[in-house]
Design a protein around this ligand. Sequence first.
Ligand code: CU
Length: 312
Amino acid sequence: MKQLIEYFRTCLVIVLLPAVVFEIDLKAEELAVRISTRPGQMRYDLESFAVSPGADVILTFVNNDEMQHNLLIIQGSEGITMKVAQKAWAMGAGAVERQFIPEMEDVILHHTRVLDSGQQQDLRFTAPSEEGQYPYVCTLPGHAFSMKGMMVVTSNPQDIIPANKEAASSNHGDFELRPHHKPLVKRAFVEDGPARAINVGMPGGINFCFDAESCAVAFGWFGPFLDIGPDWGRNVNERGGRPVKVLGERFDAGQSIFPLRIGSKYATPQVEFKGYRLRGMEAPTFEFTVNGAWVKETITPAGKGIGLGINP
Ligand SMILES: [Cu+2]
């Protein structure tokens, strides 16, 4: 009899066990999402993912790039991604301490801090109960043009978009020139640019066009660098190809500090371009004479916000 009870008890345990395990499985309905960066490309490696409404999400953001990045999940109508990014870029001096997170509590749902190269951070959150598209973006200066993606909240798993092709390809043309780990210089005529343009793209998304005629920065822009497609396949002769296209958004290079004047305040200075020097990772140095005096200027991204700094 005792043996029989023991037998039934064992059977009961065997029958119950799978049910218990199953229940634990159901309770642990968590979605683990891992997003890292594509080194040197200013992109997330995952540009869309789907979650069910109200799901528990663990999003691990891994920064395996050399640059700093963050990740904000936001909500809002079309164009909200750039609105948030531009607000972050306009934060000025306090932006770094505030992790490039603008004060937009109703828009920003979750965010990481600014991660250095090699760092990672987990975001644990409950997915919105409302179905829809929730963008994510990096708000470091210039990054939002390419560093973005979409969290799709849907109760229909079939809606899961396999690695969002649209976001990944963008409309930057077939020959987008990208500064990866060091500044890039491209001597080419740019649309609406000066005749003797030297274009510099810097990792971090700050770019500028130096006018070798006036020896001053003509304009700057942030975001992607150049579409050299129109100039592609031509000879070195700059005038041969069609003007290359500036990608991203132009900003005022701060004309008040240009042009540099030596000697009389009022006379138009005689400037002569002598050349530029590129040293690996460092920003390029331009050399020219102003009324015979030799001048060297290193042009770097501004310490804060969007802009350029000049280091004589
Ligand atoms: Cu970034």
